[in-house]
Design a protein around this ligand. Structure first.
Ligand code: SF4
Ligand code: SF4
Length: 389
């Protein structure tokens, strides 16, 4: 049986966040269950990019502050860090509002710029990773994900949060190698199994819905979730926002890999009532991801059924982030004839649908559109109500 604790928190005022975090940790047995005196403990937030907390891309710094205060009592030495996709960890720490808190509390930024190659023989999809030194040098990780939608994997959550332990641009190589959302999710499960955080604390106080994980809209959920089981926590969030957990590959593959359980009768919910957080209007794609293979058939299938990224010219500021983020060579989204006065354009035959362009666009100007053929064929599977799964 896995336990997921729920704590209501109205907003990011510290006087509200601190007791809510304390409540969740205490419901799981207290901080001593996850850290001991003399250990090095790493807090791993979600810094997809160096954005300020108001953009909701990152884990809120008040959650971090509360965690630091609570875990200082264990006598462990605390560190923090993450590796954003396109900027430095230092810049992200500053922009996300973590730096002043960490400096005041004497918590050091771990090394997320450089890493070492490790072999993980048990990996189902991936047996080798380069992992940031900061994640390798600690005794234990406490993962601090953010509740957001995600173009490739439906929701970003606990299992996916450890992808930031792969330093910087190396992340793009996984997208090229593992273009299918299923293979990519299996790799994320492997990575999580290797890093094995001791505890997951998800910031769902104000979540991101719609065009996430960077360009979506604010959705107050007023919840913090706590668990040592990342699959159980992610599945609980799915039920909360009314998406079938089976539509999120990191959940089903995570259960297959014995990372945790998504089965309702194997999850004990404690704390504030689950029903009080359920939001059936939460804007998330309620359908399975589309697996496809490589090669000619794979490309045809991909173009026919897998949603395409599309730039809304009216929102585009021509910043070039999408071009920089596109991991394929030659680029599938690029400046047309080098002209940076008009939005970049797509070459869909090159596009592997990794959605890095949509994920990182700072303006929410990249949308994912379902191809006409797929709409015509009525491929969209109706989901079962999440309350029944
Ligand atoms: S990242 Fe977004 S705003 Fe920037 S060029 Fe691309 S589409 Fe335009
Ligand atoms: S265009 Fe966008 S979705 Fe296509 S490969 Fe490049 S980053 Fe990925």
């Amino acid at each position: 049986m896995s336990t997921v604790a729920l704590a209501r928190c109205e907003n990011y005022e510290y006087e509200n966040v601190r007791p809510a975090v304390q409540k969740g940790i205490d419901l799981l047995g207290g901080p001593g269950m996850f850290a001991r005196s003399g250990e090095k403990i790493l807090f791993k937030p979600n810094w997809l990019v160096a954005d300020p907390p108001e953009k909701l891309t990152v884990t809120h710094p008040m959650v971090f502050k509360a965690m630091v205060e609570i875990f200082k009592t264990t006598g462990a030495t605390l560190f923090y860090g993450d590796s954003p996709s396109i900027q430095s960890p230092e810049h992200a720490a500053r922009m996300a509002g973590f730096l002043p808190i960490a400096n005041a509390e004497g918590v050091s930024l771990a090394d997320f710029k450089l890493g070492k190659e490790i072999v993980f023989a048990e990996g189902l999809q991936n047996k080798k990773f380069v992992i940031a030194n900061g994640a390798l040098d600690c005794d234990g990780i406490i993962s601090l994900p953010k509740l957001k939608t995600h173009g490739l994997e439906r929701v970003t959550g606990c299992v996916k949060n450890q992808f930031g332990c792969v330093p910087g641009a190396l992340k793009g190589e996984f997208h090229v190698k593992l273009a299918s959302a299923i293979d990519f999710a299996r790799m994320l499960v492997d990575l999580n199994a290797f890093l094995k955080p001791r505890l997951y604390v998800m910031d769902g106080i104000i979540a991101m819905e719609g065009n996430g994980p960077r360009g979506g809209k604010a959705r107050p959920m007023k919840v913090l979730l706590f668990s040592a089981d990342p699959v159980a926590l992610d599945a609980t969030v799915c039920r909360m926002i009314d998406i079938n957990p089976e539509f999120v590959p990191t959940i089903t593959l995570g259960m297959q890999a014995k990372t945790g359980t998504w089965k309702k009768d194997e999850i004990e919910l404690v704390g504030d009532p689950f029903e009080s957080f359920v939001d059936k209007e939460f804007d998330v794609k309620r359908e399975p991801v589309q697996p496809y293979s490589r090669g000619k058939g794979g490309t045809l299938l991909r173009n026919a059924i897998v949603p395409k990224p599309y730039i809304l010219a009216g929102k585009c500021t021509k910043c070039g982030t999408c071009v920089k983020a596109c991991p394929v060579n030659p680029k599938a989204v690029d400046w047309h004839d080098g002209d940076k006065k008009v939005p970049p354009s797509y070459r869909y035959e090159r596009c592997i649908r990794c959605y890095c362009c949509q994920e990182l666009c700072p303006e929410g100007a990249v949308e994912l559109r379902v191809p006409f053929i797929r709409k015509l064929l009525g491929k969209k599977r109706k989901q079962k109500a999440s309350s029944t799964v």
